[in-house]
Design a protein around this ligand. Structure first.
Ligand SMILES: [Zn+2]
Length: 276
């Protein structure tokens, strides 16, 4: 296989518990499909793996979500089990800093169980990413060389607090942990696009992930995208998007160098995940 296509940002459709406002938003987006049918089909990893294949996705990062006051709960155990029979499904764990007492120990436990990275949701979990509480975990993640994802920018979900999504705090992390694989999810969506690119230009270990942004707008938001070609990562944010394959095709049409598009669609992510 050449350079794989990797979707770095997928949520399972099944949640142990959904906040009503989040569930309503997803249902509305996914209409006019029958919700029950959509939900049942996509809760089956075999069906979902096949759907990804039809979209042209070779690997996908599947993320747990411990954000009980905004989205709900999709447990680490569920995600691990969902991915276990499919090497193309790559499980990422969730740790809520206020629901775990020793973050570094928890991270090691999760990685030993088979997780390949971790996702934080600061705007839904209410913390700044440079808080000292998190530093032992970052030390551990840096040693293990696993990617750490941080939601940045706006969110449509009720209860999200935007101040925690300011990417500027990732600057501290990049300075203090120069080998930490930092992924800026949504690239500062809505408010901080220029800052997102500046951070990537300053720090080789910060990556911009573009899930949840309309792919046809990427060059409007980031006119200097080509300059950070080695740090841009594709993600869809499914089920917050109707068709992953369409997003991939739109990126293929962008006015960028061919090798840049291959890097965005999977080359960079492949390096982050250690697939090559
Ligand atoms: Zn998401």
């Amino acid at each position: 296989m050449g350079i794989p296509v990797i979707d770095f940002h997928i949520h399972p459709i099944y949640y142990d518990y959904y906040r009503e406002s989040t569930l309503e938003w997803i249902k509305k987006l996914q209409s006019p499909q029958s919700w029950d049918e959509f939900y049942t089909k996509n809760s089956d990893p075999a069906y979902f793996a096949d759907y990804l294949k039809r979209c042209g996705v070779d690997y996908a990062v599947i993320m747990a979500d411990h954000t009980p006051i905004v989205n709900g709960m999709c447990s680490n155990e569920y995600v691990l089990n969902f991915c276990k029979d499919y090497k193309e499904l790559i499980p990422f764990a969730s740790i809520n800093p206020y629901m775990t007492s020793n973050l570094a120990v928890e991270l090691k436990r999760l990685i030993n169980k088979g997780f390949r990275g971790i996702k934080f949701y600061p705007t839904y979990q209410y913390f700044y990413v440079n808080e000292p509480l998190l530093y032992p975990l970052y030390t551990c993640a840096q040693d293990l060389q696993i990617p750490v994802l941080f939601h940045t920018g706006t969110s449509v979900f009720k209860g999200a607090r935007l101040k925690y999504g300011d990417p500027i705090y990732l600057d501290d992390l990049a300075v203090d942990f120069p080998e930490l694989k930092i992924v800026m999810v949504h690239s500062g969506r809505g408010t901080w696009y220029d800052l997102a690119v500046s951070l990537c230009r300053l720090h080789q270990n910060i990556h911009m992930e573009v899930a949840g942004l309309p792919p046809q707008k990427l060059l409007d938001y980031f006119p200097e995208l080509e300059k950070v070609a080695d740090q841009v990562i594709f993600g869809s944010d499914w089920p917050g998007v109707l068709d992953i394959g369409e997003n991939i095709n739109t990126i293929k049409q962008l006015d960028l160098r061919k090798d840049t598009k291959l890097k965005i669609l999977g080359g960079n992510a492949s390096q982050l995940l250690g697939l090559n």
